[in-house]
Design a protein around this ligand. Structure first.
Ligand code: G3P
Length: 218
C-alpha cells in the first residue's frame, strides 16, 4: 500500500521524504491555510512537488465546472507530480471527466458513500478519497466504507485507486492494509506513530546496556 502524507508543511514532508517513508502528498485548502504562511499557494505546491517524488494533490476551490477545469489546468501546469483534487459534486464529476480527457490526473475528494465512489470511478477518477475519520466522528464506520468500495471496484474492474483519507490513528492504517486500500494518506503524527513500539524502545535499551557491559569486561 502506498503511503501519502496529508499536510502542506514542508519541513514534515522533507523529513518523511528523506526517510523514504512516503510515496506522495495530499493537501486541502484547510491544510494550505495552516502551512502557507502568507506565501502564494502555487509556490507552496511547487516546493512540495520538488520535495517528494510522487503524486501531490492540489485542490480546486471553485464550485462550478468551468472554473474548476480552468483552475485544474493551472494547477496541473505547476509540475508533473500534481494531481488535481475536486469535490464529489455534480460539477466536480463533470470537471473530473473533462480533466481526465486532457490526461490530467484527478483525486475526487469528500467521498462518504459507496454510491458516490461508484460515480467517481465512472467519471474516470484516478483516486477516490473516502474520509474514514469524519465518518467515524458521526458514529458511522469509515473502514466499512473502504471495504465496500474495494468490493465494488473489484466487482466491476474499476482502476480508480482507493485513497483512504481522514486517517486519525495507526489502526486506521492497519485496517486500510487489511482491506486492500491502494493508498492511505495520514498526518505526520500518525506516520511517525506507525514507526514506534514500546517493546522496540525497551529492547534496544537492553541490547545497548548489555553491549556496554561486554565492552567494560574487555
Ligand atoms: O485531506 C483530506 C482528509 O485527509 C482530511 O482529514 O482529519 O481533516 O478529516 P481530516
Amino acid at each position: 500500500m502506498k503511503i501519502f502524507l496529508d499536510t502542506a508543511d514542508l519541513a514534515e514532508i522533507r523529513r518523511a521524504a528523506d526517510a523514504n517513508l512516503i510515496d506522495g502528498v495530499t493537501t486541502n485548502p484547510s491544510l494550505m491555510m495552516k502551512a502557507a504562511g502568507g506565501r502564494d499557494p502555487l509556490d507552496v505546491f511547487l516546493d512540495i512537488c520538488r520535495t517528494v517524488d510522487g503524486p501531490v494533490s492540489a485542490e480546486v476551490v471553485a464550485v462550478d465546472k468551468d472554473t474548476m477545469i480552468a483552475e485544474g489546468r493551472r494547477l496541473a501546469e505547476i509540475h508533473d507530480n500534481i494531481v488535481v483534487k475536486v469535490p464529489l459534486t455534480e460539477d466536480g464529476l463533470r470537471a473530473c471527466r473533462a480533466l481526465r480527457a486532457e490526461g490530467i490526473r484527478v483525486n475526487v475528494t469528500l467521498c462518504f458513500s459507496v454510491a458516490q465512489a461508484h460515480l467517481a470511478a465512472k467519471a474516470g477518477a484516478t483516486f477516490i478519497s473516502p474520509f474514514v475519520g469524519r465518518i467515524d466522528d458521526v458514529s458511522g464506520d469509515g473502514m466499512e466504507l473502504i471495504s465496500q468500495i474495494r468490493q465494488v471496484y473489484d466487482n466491476y474492474g474499476f482502476d480508480t485507486e482507493i485513497l483512504a483519507a481522514s486517517i486519525r490513528h495507526p489502526q486506521h492504517v492497519v485496517q486500510s492494509l487489511l482491506l486492500g486500500a491502494d493508498i492511505a494518506t495520514m498526518p505526520p503524527k500518525v506516520l511517525f506513530q506507525l514507526l514506534r513500539h514500546p517493546l522496540t524502545d525497551t529492547g534496544l535499551a537492553a541490547f545497548l546496556a548489555d553491549w556496554k557491559k561486554l565492552e567494560k569486561e574487555l
